[in-house]
Design a protein around this ligand. Structure first.
Ligand code: FE
Ligand code: FE
Ligand code: ZN
Length: 278
């Protein structure tokens, strides 16, 4: 069975997210660990976690993906900014032990004027400080569009970060289809070729999740503007092929597409499931 869901609001807690996922035919979901612009996280409510476990089991939800605030910059030159990223990620990872064995995704960050090599080293330093032996969460580096000075727009940069991480068994990659497309990887014209390159540079065994998004912009645009599935330049057929690829079909897929309400996701999930089961 295709494991698929979408980004959901975490404002009402875990059990409410499991219910929302079930209501749209999803069997996984993504959520922000706190306000995406940063700020303090709400304390985890043990009763909510207990209710979540029951409802998740009933809805067939096994894996869930927490997303770090996108304003964090572990690559920052300003030590206070890097320290804020460290503290936030360490706090998120401690909180995630309430739901053990799950996934935590973050944007590697922007090197600004320091150069990608310095950015790579700083991101690895942050990971080496926040990862602890025995932590059950797998931390995922998200592939980025390469907009501005984003680190992680090239597979080589992700590999270089992972290479420097001591507890690298706890680290993986989340591939965002809009981002890699905008970064110049032609997943519509040559998915096999892109995956072969990912395997050669990073290793397909590192790939743990997919952000499934269409892109408003052409291949290589380095823009990062998501479109609904089938309403962008990648197209429904190519994105469905991503979900069906033998190297990917077992992974969890997360929609981060623009919709006003949950019905838009229910529709995308239904269409992708139908094509997957084809
Ligand atoms: Fe993201
Ligand atoms: Fe994403
Ligand atoms: Zn994006």
């Amino acid at each position: 069975m295709l494991t698929i869901g979408c980004h959901l609001s975490s404002s009402k807690g875990y059990a409410a997210m499991a219910d929302a996922a079930a209501s749209i035919g999803a069997d996984t979901f993504q959520f922000f660990t706190r306000n995406p612009r940063g700020g303090k996280a709400k304390a985890i409510d043990p009763a909510d976690v207990t209710a979540f476990r029951e409802r998740a089991a009933r809805a067939g939800i096994d894996v869930i993906l927490a997303h770090a605030p996108y304003t964090l910059n572990p690559a920052a030159a300003d030590e206070r900014v890097a320290e804020f990223a460290r503290q936030t990620m360490a706090d998120d990872l401690a909180r995630m032990e309430a739901t053990p064995g799950q996934l935590y995704n973050f944007h590697p960050g922007c090197h600004v004027k320091q150069g990608a090599d310095v950015g790579v080293a700083k991101i690895a330093d942050v990971l080496n400080e926040v990862l602890a032996p025995g932590q059950s969460t797998t931390v995922l580096l998200e592939t980025m569009a390469g907009k501005g000075t984003e680190v992680g727009g090239r597979f080589e940069e992700l590999a270089a970060i992972i290479e420097r991480v001591e507890l690298s068994d706890q680290v993986g990659v989340c591939l965002d289809t809009c981002h890699v497309w905008d970064g110049g990887y032609d997943i519509a014209g040559d998915l096999d070729g892109v995956l072969a390159e990912f395997d050669r540079v990073v290793g397909l065994d590192r790939l743990r999740a997919i952000h499934l998004n269409d892109s408003l912009n052409p291949l290589g645009a380095r823009k990062d503007r998501h479109a609904a599935i089938g309403e962008g330049r990648i197209g429904f057929e190519a994105l469905s092929a991503v979900t069906r690829h033998p190297a990917l079909r077992h992974l969890p897929f997360f929609l981060e597409t623009p919709h006003d309400d949950l019905s838009g996701y229910a529709d995308e999930i239904a269409r992708l499931r139908a094509a997957w089961e084809g």
